[in-house]
Design a protein around this ligand. Structure first.
Ligand code: FA5
Length: 344
């Protein structure tokens, strides 16, 4: 390179270095008047100097670019983040892989039916709370008017831990808790209306309608001037709605220490489940019920002179058996996939 060329480049280079800190980005280097001058000079150079001049000019450009880059604050060097939606908001969301609908499982038919049962009662005005799977002597017996040593205790033969805790034999163990939980409704002129599903355990001889572990649904209604007619009306309304048809029902006297009077409520088996059964066996007991005994209300500090109520407790499995023409309760816990898949 001739001295002229070399000196020109060095002069421009020095000048550029002094002004470089005022440049905001690399692109400005090419727009700088001095740099434009460097490129403009090329055409005036002798042919043999152009190549080396061009290389020097490019090396200078890279050097200057690096300087500009290094003088930028860190935030300017970071890649910008795209905060816009990664897809057009109105395009359909792509379908997820089909793992959840694979043939691997489903909601158990009992739980599926329980949802429907709770839904019907909720439309009839009942709140629902959960039962529990371990309880004590007070809630299993004393709060329900079973005096100590009373023979009626033997009807509920269940399991007890060495600490005296009891696997509940019926969901009635929740009556005292539910009455206390909602008794403030009464002072406001509102009824206590609650249903309580739960799992119960009995020392039982198994057959087509008896399991050792099964589900019950307890129902409680308390207000002023309640009578047996109100009880039957609620049960009948539930049955018609749940079965989607008017079924033949039968109510007959029974004995429970915690209701007075007490009844058993049965429905006529559907035709498919009647076959080969004697006349007396055409009915299936679905639940026990009655007007709540005054002692049960007193145990929950509710004025039994002012308020009356009814309660019932029924087997969930038996309802589902009748609705779906299932001939044996033991299918539910059998784990037989052929049986369970029918309810998908
Ligand atoms: C009771 O358990 C009372 N607690 C019901 C009750 C509640 C009466 C509130 C009054 C007021 P029972 O033992 O009859 O009653 O059982 C009630 C229902 O549970 C039966 O009608 C039946 O549907 C179901 N059930 C009883 N034993 C079994 C069993 N081993 N397997 C399946 N379902 C059963």
């Amino acid at each position: 390179m001739s001295d002229y060329t070399n000196n020109t480049l060095i002069a421009i280079r020095n000048e550029l270095f002094e002004t470089i800190e005022h440049l905001d980005n690399k692109g400005d280097i090419l727009k700088h008047p001095k740099f434009k001058q460097i490129y403009a000079n090329i055409k005036d150079l002798p042919a043999d100097e152009r190549k080396i001049y061009g290389q020097e000019a490019n090396a200078l450009k890279l050097e200057l670019e690096k300087l500009v880059e290094d003088s930028q604050p860190l935030k300017d060097k970071l890649e910008p983040i795209d905060v816009t939606a990664p897809f057009a908001p109105n395009t359909p969301v792509p379908e997820r892989p089909n793992i959840l609908r694979a043939n691997q499982g489903s909601i158990h038919p009992l739980m599926r039916e329980l949802d429907k049962i709770i839904d019907v009662y909720s439309r009839l005005g009942f709140t629902s709370i959960e039962s529990r799977e371990i309880d004590d002597d007070y809630h299993m017996f004393t709060s329900l008017n079973f005096p100590t040593g009373h023979p009626a205790r033997d009807d509920y033969d269940t399991f007890m831990t060495t600490e005296g805790l009891i696997a509940p034999a019926h969901t009635s163990t929740m009556q005292n808790r539910a009455l206390k939980m909602f008794r403030s409704n009464l002072a406001k002129g509102e009824p206590i209306a609650v249903v309580i599903p739960g799992r119960v355990f009995r020392n039982e001889d198994l057959d087509a309608t008896h399991e050792h572990t099964f589900y019950q649904l307890e129902g409680i209604f308390v207000a002023e001037n309640i009578n047996v007619g109100n009880l039957i009306a609620v049960l009948q309304a539930f049955m018609n709605e749940y079965f989607g048809q008017v079924l033949k029902t039968k109510i007959q006297p029974f004995y429970f220490p915690f209701t007075e009077p007490s009844f058993e409520f049965a429905i006529e088996r559907p035709d498919a489940l009647k076959k080969g059964r004697a006349e007396a066996d055409q009915w299936l007991e679905l639940l026990g019920c009655g007007l709540i005994h005054p002692e049960v209300l007193r145990q929950a500090d509710i004025d039994s002179n002012k308020y009356t109520g009814f309660a019932w407790g029924g087997g969930i499995e038996r309802l589902v058996l009748m609705k779906n023409n299932i001939e044996d309760i033991r299918h539910f816990e059998s784990g037989k996939l052929d049986f369970l898949r029918q309810f998908k």
